[in-house]
Ligand binder design. Structure first.
Ligand SMILES: NC(=O)c1ccc[n+]([C@@H]2O[C@H](COP(=O)([O-])OP(=O)(O)OC[C@H]3O[C@@H](n4cnc5c(N)ncnc54)[C@H](OP(=O)(O)O)[C@@H]3O)[C@@H](O)[C@H]2O)c1
Length: 183
């Protein structure tokens, strides 16, 4: 199963701009176009409850969104079968549960979820957009000062998305065969 991180950061590695939780307030139009395009190609999304609260939006009909929380009962009234579920799962439990039905999942953040899944060694791809802006405060992409270079990834492609300096990087795990072994 491919587990694909998608993230946008400032030049100094933050995924939120201070008090503003939703990244669509500062990401470029070109990154937002890329984000819509990659989401349209997938029908299983995973996010933490922090991201769910910050970016809550209407659902596509053909999509399952898994929201991680240690307290699923708190969200019982927002559960919609086959569309949005609130679960407590480790990265390996997530793969175990969904790999037979889905070949791939988008991992949509935030910091806690990105870090936990990268630490698990199960992530196969990272799409990271770096926007040419610097934030004074905000949430970092990864916790504990971790960087992509702390994990086993190779840069597969980088692309300028516009003339103002937005760059999209695609990293692929060096352990692709092991990580996709579950099929
Ligand atoms: N720039 C970007 O590309 C981007 C992308 C995504 C998110 N963001 C931003 O990042 C912020 C949220 O990031 P965050 O790190 O604070 O929160 P988060 O990672 O979205 O969510 C963390 C929460 O997820 C739950 N969780 C995580 N792992 C779990 C597991 N294995 N089992 C059960 N529950 C688990 C816990 O929820 P409970 O507390 O409910 O137990 C935890 O408090 C938002 O402002 C969002 O807009 C930015």
């Amino acid at each position: 199963m491919r587990l694909i991180i998608v993230v946008a950061t400032s030049t100094n590695g933050l995924i939120t701009d201070g008090a503003e939780p939703n990244p669509s307030s500062w990401t470029s139009q070109e990154d937002q176009d890329f984000y819509q395009k990659i989401k349209a190609k997938h029908n299983l999304f995973l996010m933490g409850s922090g991201t769910y609260k910050a970016t809550h939006k209407l659902l596509r009909e053909d999509l399952l969104r898994v929201v991680l929380t240690r307290n699923p009962a708190k969200y019982a009234n927002q559960n919609i079968t086959d569309k949005i579920v609130f679960e407590t799962l480790s990265p390996s439990e997530f793969v175990e549960k969904y790999h037979k039905t889905y070949n791939q999942a988008l991992i949509l953040g935030g910091s806690h979820v990105y870090t936990e899944f990268l630490e698990s060694g199960l992530i196969t791809d990272i799409y990271i957009t770096i926007e040419p802006i610097v934030f004074k405060s905000g949430i970092p992409f990864l916790l504990d000062n971790k960087r992509i270079s702390d994990y086993q990834f190779s840069l597969a492609e980088s692309k300028k998305l516009n003339t103002t300096g937005t760059i999209l990087y695609h990293y692929v795990t060096k352990n692709i065969q092991e990580n996709t072994a579950l099929g």
